[in-house]
Write a protein that binds this ligand. Structure first.
Ligand code: T5A
Length: 211
């Protein structure tokens, strides 16, 4: 069992994860903890190089299976170089997307075989699994509108159709239903402050933030 806590933020496009990650990390650091804020795909130099490959270009540049393998190559590097060392020294790691994104994007929405993804989780993640996952949920149209409004975003996944994004939303909710002890669904339609309070309440409820 790793001494640090590993929290992941998940959800569809424009759900507000990146914005809330900053707020959550600030509150945790205010409590005196060492907190590593990171993201996927990316988070390590090798992971960021793979991010460039996988997020740029046409929507159909990579098949869902190839995407799965690229995401897991990036993830393994990120785990080895950033996540595992941080958890082992007792830091908390807060990560914008992780393995549930592969289950939802490449699996539920993209059609990659869940057995392939499960096997990669076994061999690549090993025991580096999130202690807690916040799943940001909001209607697809609202999320895509927000994502389009923000500047400098990579658009490859956002340019997939409405049906893809509906399957994605249901994919994340299915993960939350299957693993209720790990996952908390956050209603992401509220104001920034309302969502921040929902996130804090969920973290408080599942992990002793005094710990
Ligand atoms: N991917 C990733 C896979 O397919 N498989 C995988 O295994 C992994 C790890 C990452 C892409 O990679 C895919 C999924 C993604 O498509 P990215 O550019 O990092 O690409 O995209 P996202 O993680 O989706 O980031 P987004 O910016 O789209 O969404 P966020 O982080 O959820 O949203 P955020 O915080 O940037 O907010 C978006 C906009 O909405 C506003 C913000 O100010 C911002 O302008 N906003 C709100 N507005 C009103 N009310 C609120 N409560 C708001 N919260 C935020």
């Amino acid at each position: 069992m790793q001494p640090g806590q590993f929290i992941t933020l998940e959800g569809g496009e424009g759900a507000g994860k990146s914005t809330q990650l900053v707020r959550l990390v600030t509150r945790l650091r205010d409590g005196g903890r060492e907190v590593v804020a990171t993201r996927e795909p990316g988070g390590s130099p090798g992971g960021e190089a793979i991010r460039e490959l996988v997020l740029k270009g046409n929507a159909d540049r990579w098949s869902p299976v190839t995407e799965t393998l690229l995401m897991y190559a990036a993830r393994r590097d990120h785990i080895e170089r950033v996540i595992r060392p941080a958890l082992e020294r007792g830091a908390w790691v807060v990560c914008d997307r992780f393995s549930d994104s592969t289950r939802a994007y490449q699996g539920a929405a993209g059609g990659a075989d869940p057995a392939l993804i499960a096997a990669l989780e076994t061999f690549i993640l090993e025991d580096t699994r999130p202690d807690m996952t916040l799943i940001f949920d909001l209607p697809v149209e609202v999320g895509l509108e927000r994502a389009h409004a923000r500047a400098g975003a990579e658009m490859r996944f956002e340019s997939k159709g409405q049906a893809f994004h509906e399957r994605l939303r249901e994919g994340f909710l299915a993960i939350a239903r299957a693993e209720p002890e790990r996952c908390a669904v956050i209603d992401a339609t509220g104001s920034l402050d309302e969502v921040e309070e929902a996130v804090w309440a969920a973290v408080w409820g599942r992990i002793s933030v005094h710990g």
